[in-house]
Design a protein around this ligand. Structure first.
Ligand SMILES: Nc1nc2c(ncn2[C@@H]2O[C@H](COP(=O)(O)OP(=O)(O)OP(=O)(O)O)[C@@H](O)[C@H]2O)c(=O)[nH]1
Ligand SMILES: [K+]
Ligand SMILES: [Mg+2]
Length: 367
């Protein structure tokens, strides 16, 4: 039996197994097996390309990457052409775009790479259409824009979420707070801060043994960790936690009430590429979600260039600022002077580990 059939068989068994206390354990095991087969399916064949496909993937550029995921003809290419200088062909027929196309959106002095992708369809994760390549690219992004058609049925969003989910992408979720430490002997032990509500040592042991792990210390730091979360941590190398913003396009074609209803959902923006509605709000929301920091570097006695910030990721420190200036900078570093909200007094003298905030002014003093 091939992997696809095995997956189908487990999915079928899961769908006909009633969920209750008595079947909980069995369902957990089935899910563990499902994750294992999916992982096998996604592992690149020896000597083959790593999922992106030859010539499919665009090179990374800019300070962050945003991918456009959606069904055919929802307006992904129209959006790329609208917010960047790159033109991606848009047309009324499906699958107009057949490869990935990258463009740069300039916002608040940052360069955000927007990647337009072919439309994906149901069963993309099983190899239908360009689905797997598209999902492989989306895995490399900092934010997924799930582009939806405001005129289409509600289930488009769930179908896409399921496709991404089955390829190991977790949207708007943080990594479950569990650690698995492999050992040479001693069997499997589970410890926790407060007893987990949805996990016990029996299921944890069975899941690990199914993956040929017989000795490990499991530490559950969050009582709400589920069996699915635990399976994700077991398959960690294949799971990506990525932010997602849901974007309904074509609001020019729905009623005001419908538009209002869509816009009220969490993590959601609405727009019309055709009538140029909501585009500026969406750019602002993309900026907010990416959580980038603008740092103005200055030389001694010279005003910083406020129109040309250096952009670093959230949770960066002076070290990352140094690395962005020059690969060798940290070796010549003596101290930094910082003006702005991260400084206790202005300027504050600090070392490499000092965290920076958005719009800090930084002067690096070298040896
Ligand atoms: N009414 C309306 N039509 C739009 C809007 N944006 C795009 N369209 C139309 O929708 C059709 C598809 O647009 P594309 O940008 O090609 O969509 P896509 O998602 O890139 O499609 P594929 O590349 O085929 O997956 C085109 O005919 C566009 O003119 C909009 O805001 N409102
Ligand atoms: K199209
Ligand atoms: Mg397109």
């Amino acid at each position: 039996m091939g992997i696809l059939e095995k997956i189908a068989q487990i999915q079928e068994e899961l769908s006909r197994t009633q969920k209750n206390k008595a079947t909980e354990y069995h369902i957990g095991l089935l899910k563990g097996k499902l994750a294992r087969y999916r992982r096998e399916l996604l592992e690149p064949a020896a000597g083959g390309s790593s999922g992106g496909g030859q010539g499919f993937e665009v090179a990374k550029a800019g300070d962050a990457r945003v991918s456009l995921i959606g069904f055919p003809s929802v307006g992904k290419s129209s959006f790329l052409s609208k917010v960047t200088n790159t033109k991606s062909e848009a047309a009324s027929y499906e699958f107009t775009t057949l490869t990935s196309v990258g463009g740069i959106l300039e916002y608040n002095g940052a360069e955000v790479q927007i990647v337009d992708l072919p439309g994906i369809i149901k069963a993309a994760a099983q190899g239908k259409g360009r689905g797997r390549q598209v999902i492989a690219v989306s895995r490399t992004s900092d934010l997924i824009l799930m582009v939806l058609d405001a005129t289409k049925a509600e289930d488009q969003r769930t179908i896409l979420e399921n496709e991404l989910e089955s390829m190991g992408i977790r949207l708007n979720k943080t990594r479950p707070n569990v650690s698995i430490k492999l050992k040479k002997t001693g069997g499997i032990k589970m410890n926790s801060i407060t007893p987990p509500k949805y996990l016990d040592e029996k299921i944890v042991t069975a899941l690990l043994k199914d993956c040929k792990i017989h000795n490990a210390d499991v530490l559950v730091r969050d009582e709400n960790v589920t069996v699915d979360d635990f399976i994700d941590v077991m398959n960690e190398q294949h799971i990506s936690y990525i932010k997602c913003l849901y974007v309904y396009n074509k609001i020019d074609a729905v009623s005001l009430e419908e538009c209002d209803r869509l816009a009220r959902q969490p993590n959601t923006c609405v727009m019309s590429c055709e009538l140029d509605l909501g585009i500026e709000d969406l750019k602002e929301e993309i900026w907010r979600q990416l959580d980038l920091l603008r740092i103005y570097t200055k030389r001694r006695g010279v005003q910083p260039q406020f129109d040309d910030p250096m952009v670093v990721r959230n949770n960066s420190s002076i070290l990352e600022v140094c690395d962005s200036i020059h690969r060798d900078m940290k070796n010549q570093f003596k101290y930094a002077l910082v003006w702005g909200s991260s400084a206790k007094h202005s300027p504050q003298k600090c070392g490499l580990s000092q965290p920076v905030h958005d719009e800090d002014v930084v002067q690096i003093v070298t040896k």
